[in-house]
Design a protein around this ligand. Sequence first.
Ligand code: HEM
Length: 186
Amino acid sequence: VIVGHVIGLLVPEAWTRALGVSDTLYHVTALSLGLVAGVCTLAGVALLVWRRRTTGPVFSATTANDKAMYLVLVLAILTGLGMTVYFAGVEVAGGHAQDYRTTVSPWFRSIWILNPDIAAMAAAELPYRVHALMGLALFVLLPFTRLVHMFSAPVGYLFRPYVLYRTRDVHAGGAGQAERAGRRGW
Ligand code: HEM
């Protein structure tokens, strides 16, 4: 999904045309790959929510903040996927879906050069605008949720030394012995 967005939003139509990729080829590829990627993402988030609900300690550690994040994340995915399915349906039925590469994409690029092209986004059809709003809402929430882990993966865990647990009770002669004697550690 990320790769699809980078290509769809950052690469202008003129560039893909210059590379010899026709608009039809671009859209058929984008829609089919986008559909697969979107369904996989939805399945991934469903698995994570299921684990969070059914694994006791994970469920206990779940906050209202997590739930709000999941809601916005799922809405962003569902609006994106719904839009892709809907516009693919329009094309298959012989209609003509609006080209987001002439509306949403110029708006997205204009933000990064600090010259927002509001007219470009205003010309986009409502589903695009709702989806972009969901995406932006997720970006706003991101630093205050578990999603920050995408920037701060605990890679150091793989290389840190083992944690050694020792009893504080000097008479027990160590946790191992206490266990063998059938004594309760505490
Ligand atoms: C400002 C931010 C965003 C913009 C401008 C944007 C724009 C778009 C556009 C133009 C499409 C293509 C629709 C079509 O094929 O007709 C799309 C699809 C999609 N978007 Fe976004 N999006 C944004 C953020 C997000 C975020 C944060 C997520 C999820 C976490 C997301 C998930 C999806 C999904 C699942 C699809 C379906 C196609 C695919 O799998 O790539 N989008 N988005």
